[in-house]
Design a protein around this ligand. Sequence first.
Ligand SMILES: [Zn+2]
Length: 591
Amino acid sequence: MKRKIYSTLFIAIVGTGLISCKKEELQISTSISTTKVVDEQETKVGKKLNNPFAIDNMRNAYASISNQKSLLKLESNKLYVKFLPMNSDELNKLNSDSLILSDIPLDVEVNQYGTFYNDPATLSNGTTWLYTTVDLGYDFGNIKYEIIDSLYLPNEEGFTQKSKNLFTTISKDELESKALELAGYVDESKNEFENKTTRHRPKGYIRVQQSINGSNLPVPVKQLKIRSRWWFDYGTGYTNDNGYFECNETYKKNRKVNIICIFENPSVNIRAIKGTQFWDIFFTERKNIGEFENSAMESINYTFNNSADVNSDSKRKWMCCHAINSVREYNVFCSQNNVMAPPSDLNMWLTNANSKGNSLSIYASAPMLKQMANSSFLLDAIQFLLVFTGHKWASVSIEVLKQYPPDITYNYSGDAAAHFTHSDRITQVFYHELAHASHYKKVGISYWTSYITYILKNDGYGESTDSGSGRIAISEAWAEFCADRFAHLRYGVNTSIGGITWFDKIENFMPYNSSYWAWRPEGVMHDLIDLGEPFWLTNVNDNVSGFSISQCFGAMDADVISVNGYKNRFIAKYGINQQENINTLFKSYGY
Ligand SMILES: [Zn+2]
């Protein structure tokens, strides 16, 4: 957990001097989508399109090119449907069935891709239709739905004897081309026979502005899911550590393929509390970056830009980029430093729901509620960490949060400089919470239940004199130490914390000062590793050196619930030879 108070954390060292970073700012070409993509505006749709895959059109196409029209008849193999889920249970069923849901109809012309879509059929309570395809025989349960079209999708056909017979004299490509032609898509059909092998694979780079001290540098977005779609033909891909992706589907000539960036991967699913429509926060955060065709889809470039407006969609997406990057980077640093990685499949929630003058005291936390699968304090934790009772979005948010309990939360509605302006500070906070998640993985549910119970009872960290504060002291010391060391590996001298590095920050931690943080010995693990104490003002007596981040984590055992317990475990496991100096070090921290 991290509190809002940043107080005297960042002590500039006299004599370090100003280190200016002069990295060239890359000029990235703007998106080359054939459709206008705008931020902070609504998605605008045009006319309804003729569906080439509707069964009647496909049958006509088959009949016009086949000599077997009297013998065989195409049968539908998919349904194009729309659902009207009325609550989060119904939405959850659709999600559990792995349906790819869209709030925009799949058979309309899109004139402008914005950040939200107001379906004319949306109900007054915000409930909206969701569009997808399902198999024949799909169990609709009690959810309200309508079948829009019965479809024949050539690539969905299985290898039944019947389907083989259908394509003995004609190919599926020929059928699809004829269907497009009959439906009026002359451009999309006419090139079929000129060069059947020309197919294009969606690929390119997704980046985010790294903002530090007013400088904006495009850097890769890592492990971001990319979805491509042309009609009912989908592909997926993930960006790598260079921000580069390739989708696992190719598309023929003149096909306008829609590309969506989705903030999820096997390590984390990122959601955000935002508007009032429950289906909107139900989805993982995503950004539609428009339509691409032919060679343009092979050189996609999109950059998530920062925004000064904390309530904007751009800011939320920019924060999500930091969240997904932090998870990837943290996992790599864990691997390099032999620290246990957090559980996979984390639920991460971002919020600025409290930005209208109703601020939560906690701005980031690692309650691990999904991982623990313990619902006894779910509601209390949600209200304390993400959205308080009485907030206009509370009831809607809580309904969805119950389906997707948060493991890690980040509230970016607070202090601008600390919470949502500088990339290095935001990332350091995510690393801090992920370091808690590693700790959770090691110590398990029972330890974490006590940790969360203490925080809820004491409205945060409480005081050093509160019963159970030892668990907080050592947990926070680990998380902040790990976060600072990893942030230093990531950012080096390029920081926003008053001319010092994150390494300096943990080195300069001052026990005994008047800071809110003083009773949590944040610097002590760093002092187990480094040589001496260069900054005399800290009053730390450090004659210990030579240990590793891995060993610092190694002593965070399930039965270690105090700073002294940690010290004794560390000595027993790794530090017999420096026992006296380790005792002296911890004593200078007040333990
Ligand atoms: Zn913490």
